[in-house]
Write a protein of this length. Sequence first.
Length: 80
Amino acid sequence: MAEVPDELIRLERTAEEERAKLAGLTGDAYDAQLRRWREASDAVQAAVTAHAAATGSGPHDVEQAVQKAVRCSQEDPAVE
């Protein structure tokens, strides 16, 4: 797989940051944050699917490359 576009990395980081914000929340605050995380995750999936179609790559391969690029470039935001 070729280099992962910066936009895909940015979207994945945003989704992971939103996921990390779920920690410790309950009730309405949890529900609201869960919606934000799902929206961010949906944006990642849409971008991965579009990139895969544009490049002739498999969506799973693109998703793995994006996740690897994010992990290699920063620590897990859930751990911070």
